[in-house]
Design a protein around this ligand. Structure first.
Ligand code: GTP
Length: 184
């Protein structure tokens, strides 16, 4: 099938989490070279595109990342509107930023539920390069994921690239599968 015959669809994915946890860096790492970035001041979002092709359709993923958190409260409805999936990023670094970013995951989840309903949410535990990975209690993290109905967690580093492609590709696979399931 030629590109022009393919069904085309845009899929919005919001990427949230506390300031400084690495949201922008993760998106940049994944979309390296192939992405166009746009900055929309009025809705406080930076948007990165990523095209996924299959035989019959082309999905254009739009990753929405908060551009500065200052006025976010007022921008929330438009920021979240029509998202098909969300990624909540926290930082594994062993300091205040890291701890707070983990504690705030549930606040971000509440936001997603309020504005997007029951969409899949992935957790990215980022900046693993700053710690000894053995210190991450993976069984405990998995329990947390199950308890709060997140889809899956990934351990990532935007700096070294560890886990980044695996994490985003899991999401892409899931979104592709959803397309297949609803196609006739
Ligand atoms: P806001 O725009 O404030 O919401 O931040 P953000 O979540 O988009 O974080 P950003 O990508 O701007 O990264 C914040 C800082 O952390 C930058 O100095 C990055 O270089 C650094 N950083 C991001 N990811 C990693 C990582 O995996 N490892 C390390 N060591 N540093 C990282």
């Amino acid at each position: 099938m030629s590109d022009s015959e393919k069904k085309k669809e845009k899929v919005k994915v919001t990427v949230i989490g506390d300031g400084g946890v690495g949201k922008t860096s993760l998106i940049q790492r994944f979309t390296q070279g192939t992405f166009q970035k746009d900055y929309i001041k009025t809705i406080g979002a930076q948007i990165s595109n990523y095209k996924v092709d299959s035989e019959e359709y082309r999905i254009e993923l739009l990753f929405w990342d908060i551009a500065g958190q200052d006025d976010f409260h007022f921008l929330r409805p438009s920021f979240y509107r029509a998202s098909k999936a969300a990624i909540i990023v926290y930082s594994l670094e062993e300091n205040d930023l890291g701890m707070r970013s983990f504690e705030n995951i549930l606040t971000w989840q509440t936001d997603v539920k309020e504005f997007c309903g029951d969409i899949p949410i992935l957790i990215f535990a980022n900046k693993v390069d700053l710690i000894n990975e053995e210190r991450v209690n993976k069984a405990q993290l998995q329990n947390y994921i199950n308890k709060h109905n997140f889809l899956k967690y990934f351990i990532t580093s935007a700096l070294t690239g560890q886990g980044v492609h695996e994490a985003f590709n899991f999401l892409i696979k899931k979104l592709k599968k959803e397309r297949r399931d609803i196609s006739p």
